[in-house]
Design a protein around this ligand. Sequence first.
Ligand code: ZN
Length: 376
Amino acid sequence: MATGFGFTVQATDGKARTGVIETTRGAVRTPAFMPVGTAGTVKAMLPESVRATGADILLGNTYHLMLRPTAERIAALGGLHKFMNWDRPILTDSGGFQVMSLASLRKMTEEGVRFSSHIDGSKHMLTPERSMEIQKLLGSDIVMCFDECPALPATDAEVAKSMRMSMRWAQRSRDAFGDRPGHALFGIMQGGVTRALREESAEALTAIGFDGYAVGGLAVGEGQEAMFDVLNYAPGMLPEDKPRYLMGVGKPDDIVGAVERGIDMMDCVLPSRSGRTGQAWTRMGQINIKNARHQNDPRPLDEACTCPACRNYSRAYLHHVNKAGEIIASMLMTWHNLHYYQELMQGLRDAIAGGRLAAFVADFHAKRAQGDIEPL
Ligand SMILES: [Zn+2]
């Protein structure tokens, strides 16, 4: 396993864990939420502002960066950390998921996926070996195996066939990654919503051996209940002493439910993307700042929130700048959402450490059930 990378579980409460991932670029407190910096930026945020919300690690997208500005250009300019001015840990995905969701003219074979860029139609090939090469050029601290995530619903036979190819790709990723001190490689469990296939996938990955393990193939439209059904058993199939990462999750209540079930890391575009469309996430649930009820409201989004949007601006102002299409609307709403997500993670970590997760979760759901403050 990689030197310069480690994971320590410091406390557990039920299945939930809190601990720390050590990397050469700094520590990541878990459970961790990773904001998504798709194209070398968390949209509408300066890196120091992202850090100020409490984020220890960012996610970068291989698919976007390989097409524009290209991994080779980023490497020539000193790597992704320097290029985007973020000196803390970065995790990159393998590109596999986004090829399947964004690229056109895809052709998948055992070798990999051939596709056309959604930007300019240029032709590319992603294989486990090329994905490892790109993630190395980017200089990411945590590299993800190249895998295929089948769209659900799919038959058991389709999911099994896809999962077994992903396991062969996991071995090829491991071989191509080689020995890179200070850099970790994570395997990705597949198998859809079928327990026996999840078991088979976990056994195949564990036999290969990785620095961490992701639960892949969820948050692809199966719904929260089906996702939690899988999370009731899947994390327990993975090595206890390695971080477990749930990819692409999620809404605040998805995150809380995943942490309760033993997940250590998550990422999602939701807090930043919804910030740009006028949606705020608070302790009281979801708020649509575009709603006319906010236009004369001098109160902050959440009076208990210490982010700049809540400390210095009213709902009326946020409503106005959103309506007017001002860039500051995206900046403030994104800042608030990322701040809320990181505060939620800190609350979860403290609750697990203090052995009071059940009370924390009950309070989380009670506040959301109450809903937003009454209009003036
Ligand atoms: Zn706020």
